[in-house]
Design a binder for this molecule. Structure first.
Ligand SMILES: Cc1cc2nc3c(=O)[nH]c(=O)nc-3n(C[C@H](O)[C@H](O)[C@H](O)COP(=O)(O)OP(=O)(O)OC[C@H]3O[C@@H](n4cnc5c(N)ncnc54)[C@H](O)[C@@H]3O)c2cc1C
Length: 383
């Protein structure tokens, strides 16, 4: 991916964090600076124990999805095996083989392996696993977009403004066709909001009212605030909803027969550590490796190994996310000292703890031990 990231991404070396009056928050800037892009650890594949520095490229989510989609299409080698826009409705089983029924009437019979990568409200989980429901965890979000570039504090970066009532995140990014879009999100805690859970849910999920919700929120602030300016210029109010979580320990078995879940369907977490998407992608990768290793006739063993391998890493990042949660969203006692978290789940921060990274290094080593060391250096440090 590195050449594509260089072509379509932004190299981000410095970070500016300010309060709602524009005063720099130097301590926060320093933390981001020190933690970004540095992955120290024993990369056992190379045996060097070196510190790896990853170039901190940022890439627009839509552009990244398009790049991944292009690769996926390439990998199918022209076969008609991708069916976009299908909504799973029912699953029926005959012996171990499953039949998938989609809302558009299409049916796929004799499925060898069913992977429920269908997110926090997983239908596959509801149909084949348990009736656990994702829980609302105290924060809500609204977002919208503005065509072109508005007055933005720092270009090509996330701008985060924490104010008394909510946090506003904004960013201006380049689209595939080189046009610019400004994107913003307002995150707002439940605290103090009247009404029961159902009312709160209905309020936040009333998509038609996103514009009204956004205006009502920013008008809580006095004066001509930055958030007000963003909302006033917005042409497209995209979404209003609330954050949901799934505790991975509520799912007893992550795979049953020839069906398995990955990603948010098992372990949806809040976005405060920015790792949900990576964990979902890692799940997919690790599962693929294990299915290859055990074979289709031993899927339950592959699923058991999958659950065993992934649990600590996921619980670690779930807790890290809780520790990162802005004030007012989760009870303070859900935060835990990082030393305790490391003691319980191991230190998952070094890139070497990521199975996909390890696999890549092992493969390179197997091909050419000497070249592997050199190319790794070239890919990751000299850019
Ligand atoms: C506001 C917000 C901000 C976030 N920010 C970040 C971030 O900065 N960094 C980060 O790493 N993570 C972030 N996350 C978390 C991240 O988006 C998720 O962890 C990640 O997308 C999970 O991937 P997934 O593949 O498991 O599920 P999803 O990405 O939710 O994908 C599930 C897919 O299944 C499809 N689907 C659902 N039901 C059916 C059905 N019945 N039939 C067929 N298809 C179906 C859906 O349409 C969807 O395409 C954020 C989440 C939220 C809500």
């Amino acid at each position: 991916m590195t050449p594509e990231l260089q072509q379509y991404g932004y190299l981000t070396l410095a970070h500016k964090v300010v309060d709602n009056r524009g005063n720099p928050l130097l301590a926060v800037e320093e933390i981001i600076q020190n933690s970004q892009g540095m992955y120290a650890g024993i990369a056992s594949g190379s045996g060097s124990g070196a510190t790896h520095k990853i170039p901190p490229y940022w890439v627009n989510r839509g552009v990244f999805m398009k790049l991944l989609q292009d690769r996926l299409l390439l990998a199918t080698q022209g076969k008609d095996i991708i069916h976009w826009g299908h909504q799973l409705d029912r699953v029926t089983s005959e012996q171990t083989k499953k039949t998938l029924h989609f809302k558009n009437g299409q049916i796929f019979e004799n499925v060898d392996l069913l992977v429920g990568a269908d997110g926090i409200r997983s239908k596959v989980r509801a149909l084949l696993f348990d009736d656990h429901k994702a829980a609302h965890v105290g924060a809500n979000i609204i977002y919208g977009t503005i065509p072109g570039q508005t007055k933005i504090i720092t270009e090509n970066k996330f701008n985060i403004i924490c104010s008394q009532y909510f946090t506003t995140v904004s960013c201006c990014y380049k689209n595939f066709d080189e046009t610019l879009t400004t994107w913003w999100a307002i995150v707002y805690p439940d605290e103090g909001k009247p009404g029961n859970q159902e009312e709160v849910r209905a309020f936040w999920e009333s998509q038609a009212n996103v514009r009204a919700l956004a205006h009502a929120l920013v008008n809580k602030e006095d004066g001509d605030t930055y958030s007000k300016q963003l909302v006033d210029q917005t042409t497209e109010f995209k979404y209003a909803g609330f954050f949901l979580e799934r505790d991975p320990l509520t799912l007893q078995r992550w795979g049953i027969d020839n069906a398995v879940l990955i990603g948010d369907a098992i372990h949806g977490i809040q976005p405060w550590a920015g790792v949900g998407a990576s964990l979902a992608a890692e799940d997919g990768y690790v599962l693929a490796v294990l299915v290859k290793q055990y074979g289709f006739d031993q899927l339950p063993l592959a699923f058991e190994a999958f659950q065993r391998d992934r649990t600590n890493r996921i619980l670690y990042f779930r807790q890290l996310t809780r520790n990162n949660t802005p004030q007012g969203i989760l009870p303070a006692d859900l935060r835990r000292p990082i030393e305790d978290v490391v003691r319980e789940y191991g230190d998952q921060r070094p890139l070497a703890a990521c199975p996909a990274w390890q696999e890549m290094l092992d493969k390179r080593m197997a091909k050419d031990p000497q070249a592997s060391e050199q190319s790794e250096e070239k890919d990751l440090t000299n850019q």
